[in-house]
Ligand binder design. Structure first.
Ligand code: M6R
Length: 610
């Protein structure tokens, strides 16, 4: 999704600062980029289609300097990815510029109204109306003009606005899209997320919906939607910049896959009380009585987080015996779900800014449900709007394909399920103690899976030319088959489907032939024999079988073309282990095919529009 950066500084270095900040937002996905700099009482804009390096060299050649500016990476929604449609957008006078993330739903109506009043538009975007609206509302005070303009906007937006008359001012405003203000020393910043400003400052203010920030070099003032001043509390970011950098790996995705043992330890930190047989989730905001009263759980999420929700359904039903519904947030929000007062909704999101998940959460809020957000980003909208949270502590995830955040979600949801089960008396103290002992072994088990990397790479190289893949699993590993398929398709562009292995006979078996690789998750479980039968059925129809099995399972070789061994763990822990070779497999296939692993085409890291 689009990324916004802005700075008000003393020197003339804004172009460099903006480019460096935009680079940190590249992971969000984009197709064009631009900057605007205030110089000598005028605003100069430069925009380029394609990678940021194009904009960087244009800027470098121009010699443009200045202390105040705005930058933007655009992910096209309205209007093709062209230079004309790239941001920043200007008003008719050229003295006001705007950068925007989000979608203005009533832009056609506003555009018509502004055109009737004599405004001439240069682009096909919805965003350009904001620049013209601000111009029509401007009478000397930019913050007031922005306040008046956003009253007219329907939809979602985070915006940054500058006026040539105000060489040391940027104004930011948000509704349903993230925006943070970075607080520096004699300089201040604006950005879509904290990673963009971390080179400059680790002190930030997360803006709330309706907030308008007036950002000058020496001061920041925030007002709410009613125009009243907001007393803000800055947040100190604990992530280091190096955590957000590649650290020697060729891609963020590979680095993030390798971080998973540490991420699991971090997500567990301070939460397992083995002695007492308890799980401690301090910020859950549910009393034991609340937990005993839960009749049903609704889980909402999108993409990979939805797969974590599917695993959580198994966990909560098994450990706490509470019925669970799992919905795609984009589906739930447009039907008439039965959300009851007193129900529990769990919203799962890496970014905490996914538009559909936020909208579905708000529906649950209106229906009177309690909301627990399982999220990776402190201060994100989902965290702020949830009653309780479980932070996943995966650290910044930069690769667009989610890996370590998914594993941390599984761990967090497992802990939640055990807590619910213990409080409701489904699990005894001894059960929890035993689970704790096994869970503590997870980081080591994942480390040993990572040691199979070279073998997984060799397997991957055999199948790089395949046009389709099928992933099969059963029970708690069915969602892992879905996740394996999603990972492969999003970074390698190979068509892949995940299926419950028991469903093969009901249709997909017709697809099998020698050209179709089938990845089967075949680790020890209560129905191990059944999935081995499913593997055999596929194998006799000439499909190429890549099997994930437990170390020591020699018999499986008879039905497999390739086996990837992983350590044996209890079935409930197996998704956390089994997803790792699938992540590696996708990575190596995509890398070998020359794909842009960290920034796959058409995808955005944080889907802040529906
Ligand atoms: O930030 P979220 O977890 O809410 O994001 C949800 C999906 O957009 C995300 O998981 C997406 O499917 C990833 N590209 C998966 O790798």
């Amino acid at each position: 999704m689009c990324g916004i950066v802005g700075c008000v500084t003393a020197g003339a270095d804004a172009p460099r600062i903006l480019i460096e900040s935009l680079k940190r937002l590249e992971y969000r996905g984009y197709d064009s980029a631009g900057v605007a700099i205030i110089k000598d009482g005028a605003i100069e804009t430069m925009r380029e289609v394609g990678k940021l390096s194009n904009l960087e060299s244009t800027l470098g050649n121009s010699g443009l300097m200045g202390g105040t500016g705005l930058g933007h990476t655009r992910w096209a929604t309205h209007g093709r990815p062209t230079e004309v449609n790239a941001h920043p957008h200007r008003d008719g006078s050229g003295r006001i510029v705007v950068v925007h993330n989000g979608i203005i739903e009533n832009f056609r109506e506003l555009r018509k109204e502004l055109q009737d009043a004599g405004h001439e538009f240069a682009s096909d975007t919805d965003s350009e109306v904001i620049a013209h609206l601000v111009q029509s509302n401007f009478s000397g005070n930019l913050t007031e003009a922005v306040h008046a303009s956003i009253q007219r906007l329907q939809g979602a937006y985070a915006i940054g606005v500058m006026h040539a008359d105000e060489p040391e001012l940027i104004v930011g405003a948000r509704k349903d899209c993230p925006l943070v203000v970075g607080l520096g020393d004699g300089e201040n910043f604006l950005a879509s997320d904290v990673t963009a400003v971390m080179d400059q400052t680790t002190t930030v203010v997360y803006l709330d919906d309706g907030d308008i920030a007036t950002i000058r070099r020496e001061s920041v003032a925030i007002q709410n939607a009613q125009g009243e001043p907001v007393e803000f509390v800055p947040t100190k970011i604990s992530w280091s910049l190096s955590q957000a950098e590649r650290g020697g790996y060729p891609h963020f995705m590979l680095k993030e896959i390798h971080e998973q043992p540490t991420v699991i330890s971090d997500t567990l930190l301070g939460r397992l009380d083995e002695e007492e047989g308890e799980v401690r989730l301090e910020e859950l905001a549910l009393s034991d009585d609340d937990i005993r009263e839960i009749k049903r759980v609704n889980i909402i999420a999108c993409g990979t987080s939805w797969h974590a929700g599917q695993v959580a359904k198994f966990y909560i039903e098994q450990f706490a015996r509470i019925p669970v519904d799992v919905d795609y947030a984009s589906e739930l929000r447009y039907r008439s779900p039965v959300l009851e007062k007193g129900g529990l909704m769990i919203a799962i999101s890496q970014s905490g800014e996914t538009a559909d998940t936020i909208a579905a959460m708000r529906m649950a809020r209106e229906a009177g449900c309690s909301i627990v957000g399982v999220c990776n980003v402190i201060g994100s909208t989902i965290v702020r709007e949830s009653d309780g949270t479980i932070m996943t502590h995966a650290g910044p995830e930069i690769g667009v394909a989610s890996t370590k955040a998914f594993v941390s979600q599984l761990v967090a949801l497992l802990l939640l399920s055990i807590k619910l089960g213990r409080v409701r008396g489904v699990l005894t103290k001894e059960d929890v103690q035993e689970h704790c002992r096994k869970i503590r072994h997870l980081p080591k088990a994942v480390e040993s899976v990572l040691q199979t990397e070279n073998h997984v790479r060799k397997v991957a190289l055999k199948y790089v030319s395949a046009q389709d893949f099928l992933f099969i699993g059963r029970g708690v590993n069915y969602p892992i088959a879905l996740e394996g398929a999603l990972k492969l398709k999003e970074i390698s562009y190979i068509h892949a489907e995940g299926y419950p292995a028991g469903e093969m006979k009901h249709g997909p078996i017709a697809l099998l032939d020698e050209k179709l690789p089938v990845v089967a998750i075949c680790t020890k479980s209560a129905i191990y024999d059944k999935i081995v039968t499913n593997v055999e059925e596929a194998r006799v129809r000439d499909a190429k079988m890549i099997v994930i099995a437990n170390a020591g399972d020699e018999d499986i070789k008879e039905v497999a073309d390739d086996v990837i061994y992983v350590p044996e763990v209890d079935e409930f822990l197996s998704p956390i282990i089994n997803v790792v070779p699938l992540q590696l497999l996708s990575y190596f296939v995509a890398h070998e095919r020359g794909c842009d692993v960290d920034q796959p085409r058409n995808l955005a890291k944080s889907v802040t529009v529906e």
